[in-house]
Design a protein. Structure first.
Length: 339
C-alpha cells in the first residue's frame, strides 16, 4: 500500500509505505495516479499544485484514513514480553604467561692449547750446546722436530694428542739425551733406569716436566730419528791387531768417545788379527783392547800416549792399529765392559 501526504502550505507531497491489513480505500487507481502526476509536475515547476476541490477532498480523505490505520496498527501491536532471566553467555578467560623460548646449550669443541708440552733442557757441562729435540708418536711413527739454541734451558712445543717419547741429539749426532725413567725418579742416587719413558698428550691441558736431561743413557738407548738413515749420521773405525806376544786371543775392542764418555765395543775371535767398529757417532775416540787375562793394548805412540782418532759421518777411518801392549799398569782406562 502507498501512503501519500500532501501539505497545502508547502505544496509538497510525501510518499511512504504502510501496512494496513484488511483496509480498502474507495479511491480509484486512475485518480490516484493522476493526482500523483500533477503533484510531481508541480514539484518540478516549483509551483503549488492546482487541484479541483473534489480531488482535494478525496486526497484529504485518503490521508485521514491512512493515519487512522497507522494508529490502530500501532495500538494492536504488542511488544514482545520482557524476560527477567538473564541471558546465559558463555565466557572464557584467557590467561597469558610469558614463556621464554628455550635456550640452546652449546657443547664447546675441544680446542688445542697453543703450547701443550713443556720441559727443561740440560747438558753435562758448563754450556748447553745447540741440538735438536725429537718428539716421536709411538703409534703412528710421526715425529716433531724442535731446534734448541745454544744455552737454551727450556722449551715448549705443541703436540697432537697421542703417546710420545722424547729425545735429543747434538747437531753432529755425537751424543744423545732423552726423557727417561731416571728423570721421573729425580736423577738422584739409585735412579739408574735410563730407558725411555712414554708420556700421553691429550691436547686439552698443559703437560710439564718432560725434561730432556738424561745424557747418561748410553749410545744405544737413544734412538735415532726415524726419518734419518743411521749410516748418514755415523762413521766407522777399522784396524789391525799387531805386536801381540803369542797367539792373539779373543779381545773386546773398545772405542771411547772423548766428548761424551760413551764407549762402543766389538768382540773379536781367537786368532783374528783385525777389527771394525761401525755406527760410531762423529767425534774423537781412543781405542783400547782387553783380553780375558787382564792384558790391554791400545792405539798409541811410542810413549804409550793414546792417539786421538777422528770419525766423520759416512766415512771409515782406517789404519787404527792396536799396536801398544806394553803400557805401564794404570796407564790405560779399565775395561768398561766388566763394570
Amino acid at each position: 500500500m502507498f501512503t501519500v501526504s500532501f501539505f497545502r502550505s508547502t505544496g509538497k507531497l510525501v510518499l511512504g509505505s504502510i501496512t494496513s491489513p484488511g483496509k480498502a480505500f474507495r479511491s480509484s487507481p486512475a485518480a490516484l495516479f493522476g493526482l500523483l502526476g500533477m503533484l510531481i509536475l508541480s514539484a518540478c515547476n516549483n509551483t503549488p499544485p492546482t487541484m479541483p476541490d473534489q480531488q482535494t477532498d478525496e486526497l484529504a480523505t485518503i490521508v485521514a484514513a491512512t493515519l487512522t490505520a497507522s494508529v490502530k496498527q500501532a495500538t494492536n501491536t504488542k511488544a514482545p514480553p520482557q524476560t527477567t532471566e538473564p541471558s546465559k553467555v558463555a565466557t572464557a578467560t584467557a590467561t597469558f604467561t610469558d614463556t621464554p623460548e628455550p635456550t640452546a646449550t652449546l657443547t664447546p669443541s675441544p680446542t688445542l692449547i697453543e703450547k701443550n708440552v713443556l720441559g727443561k733442557i740440560c747438558f753435562p757441562g758448563e754450556e748447553i750446546p745447540a741440538m735438536t729435540a725429537y718428539f716421536e708418536e709411538t703409534g703412528k711413527g710421526t715425529i716433531v722436530e724442535l731446534p734448541i739454541q745454544k744455552n737454551q734451558s727450556s722449551y715448549e712445543v705443541n703436540l697432537q694428542p697421542g703417546t710420545y717419547i722424547a729425545y735429543a741429539w747434538l747437531e753432529d749426532f755425537s751424543r744423545g739425551g732423552l726423557y727417561s725413567r731416571a728423570i721421573a725418579c729425580g736423577m738422584k742416587a739409585g735412579c739408574d733406569d735410563h730407558t725411555l719413558l712414554p708420556f700421553i698428550v691429550t691436547g686439552r691441558k698443559v703437560l710439564s716436566g718432560i725434561d730432556l736431561c738424561d745424557w747418561f743413557a748410553g749410545p744405544f738407548n737413544v734412538p735415532y730419528p726415524p726419518n734419518v738413515e743411521q749410516g748418514n749420521l755415523t762413521g766407522n773405525i777399522s784396524g789391525n791387531i799387531i805386536n801381540f806376544d803369542g797367539d792373539i786371543p779373543s779381545l773386546r775392542v773398545v772405542a771411547f768417545n772423548l766428548k761424551t764418555n760413551y764407549f762402543y765395543w766389538v768382540r773379536t775371535l781367537s786368532g783374528q788379527n783385525s777389527y771394525t767398529i761401525t755406527e760410531l757417532p762423529p767425534g774423537s775416540y781412543h781405542l783400547v783392547a782387553y783380553d780375558e787375562q787382564g792384558r790391554a793394548g791400545s792405539h798409541a805412540d811410542a810413549d804409550h800416549n793414546l792417539i786421538d782418532v777422528l770419525v766423520k759421518v759416512g766415512k771409515t777411518t782406517t789404519g787404527v792399529n792396536l799396536n801398544d801392549w806394553n803400557a805401564p799398569a794404570g796407564f790405560l782406562p779399565p775395561d768398561p765392559t766388566k763394570q
